[in-house]
Design a protein around this ligand. Sequence first.
Ligand code: GLC
Length: 646
Amino acid sequence: MKSKKNKKNAVNKDVKKDVKKDVKVAVVKKEDMFEARLHKHYDELKWLYCELYQQQPNPLNYFDDLIKNLKDFYDQREAYLKELDIAREKNTNWYKGNDFIGMMMYVNNFSGTLKGFEKRIPYLQESNVNYIHLMPLLTSPKDEGDGGYAVADFRNVQEELGTMEDLRKLAKKCHRNKISICLDFVMNHTSNQHEWAKKARAGEQEYQDRYFFFDNYDMPRLFEEKCPQVFPTTAPGNFTYLEDIHKFVMTTFYPYQWDLDYRNPIVFNEMVYNMLYLANQGVDIIRLDAVPYIWKQLGTNCRNLPQVHTLVRMMRMITEIVCPSVLLLGEVVMAPEKVVPYFGTIEKPECHMLYNVTTMATTWHTVATRDVSLLKHQLDILASLPKQYIFQNYLRCHDDIGWGLDYGFLRYQGIEEVAHKKYLNDFFTGKYPNSFSCGELYNDDESLGDARLCGTTASLCGIEYYDKQKDKDGIQSAIDLDLMLHGFLLSLSGIPVIYSGDEIAQYNDWEYKNDKYKQADSRYIHRGAFNWRKAGRRKIDNAIQAKVYQGISKMEKIRLQYDVFSTDANIYTLNTWNKSTVALVRETENEKFIGIYNFSEYEEMAWIDEQDGLYKELLTKQKDFKASGLKLPGHGILWLWRSKKA
Ligand code: GLC
């Protein structure tokens, strides 16, 4: 362990020095800075652009327009953001340390408004959070908004949350407090209330050309042959018939979310300008929502097509030219082999970060089966990936948990996909005998047996169930599970992100069923308003909220203290010779860490045998710990650590 504070101060000083030195240069040679960045990427950008849009009569006209606008967005960027650009260009690892802990929240749920959010910054700091994902906050219809993912205006904030000016101020305040902000960039579609959609509906060809419009069902029928459905029960099909104008429009998600046609260079250019506009408000991380879907081609499944990667690569270069401090986070909820290509290559990177969706789903599978073999297998695969690949880890987010597991692997254990999904869903909705979980199904597609799952972490872990039963032992066991899962999350390779409310063990919000705008979408069960009254109980000894909050906080603080948790650690698993315990090792030049997790509610052994010295158990501070033949209580966790220095 290093004296983290001193190390950090030293780093900060260096960065400040560098920034000061370079700001001078930057002020004098601002023009050059843009030109230099543009120069670095110009040829590749132009090549990719012209290749993609070669069918257009004059692709270079659009390209020139793009470049001209990039310069304008660069010029409009505030001075403090330009400083940040320079600092982060020098320190491209700025987000890869052990000091990045994220939280995601809807502003209305957390603080009512953007102005109100500023007052909640101390709570975030107390909660060790320095990275926040503010869920969609741009103008979006109340009734048909998909939680803000149907954007009607990319340049305005939802009225009830405040204004763009409030967002800019909040971003500045967050930066002063060393908190980074992530915002969604919903680029696959717009709301049908977006200006373009309205004009298209009014018959303007120019705007119809920005979407996929069809006069009859011939083409949609052909698309449907190969295109799976995203929301098979809540929004079946990939097209919507617009009765008023007798046309079909492509709507991969909800009928009111019209897919944009990126074959039209105007769409790409305009959406890039929208993205840069957001970046210029002070956003640090841009989440590319539903990115695998942005290119459609007849005869394909319209997901992960090569052109998607061209578009993302161009967006990466564009951010590096205009706002290099900004990171791209790809939302790729796909099988692992489809996810990883979104990192691009070392020479031609695409996204900076991606979600670790497979580990998330596999973790819950492990909770239900108490069998770690698939999880260990997953961790071994992850460990073999290059360290430059930064994943965001999470136990759950605002969306459902889909059972995208490695069924090839499970089949060897005699587990069959449909029956297993049914077991998982029965388990997590409390139908299975002795289940403690109270989740809800989402998009229950009976024809495929493919329902997904919703619920807060605390409710899925059983805290809600046992609390209602007033079963004290049950509550404790469920809290232990909740903490064990958070401990596991915090020791994975990458950046941990907690859904606001999970840190105080917030339960499902059953009230969504009484809200006419929400009741059809069970994802709202885990998007309830943050309960500040219950949060107050985080300081009351023995309260459920305190046990969970303090337990998580303690582990986060340990994570902050030890370099072995940074993303450059080597990661591998150990064999525990026990079905229910998994052991994850992190190793740097100077430190070694072994995290051991018991997914069963019963006492279990971890038959590891590390003969390389004595360890310290970081959670109990017990010293001289032998990493050999370890007994763990039900849902137990051990964090063993040793210095490798003599
Ligand atoms: C993403 C969002 C999800 C939304 C969908 C459509 O997957 O996470 O909440 O419904 O995109 O925009």
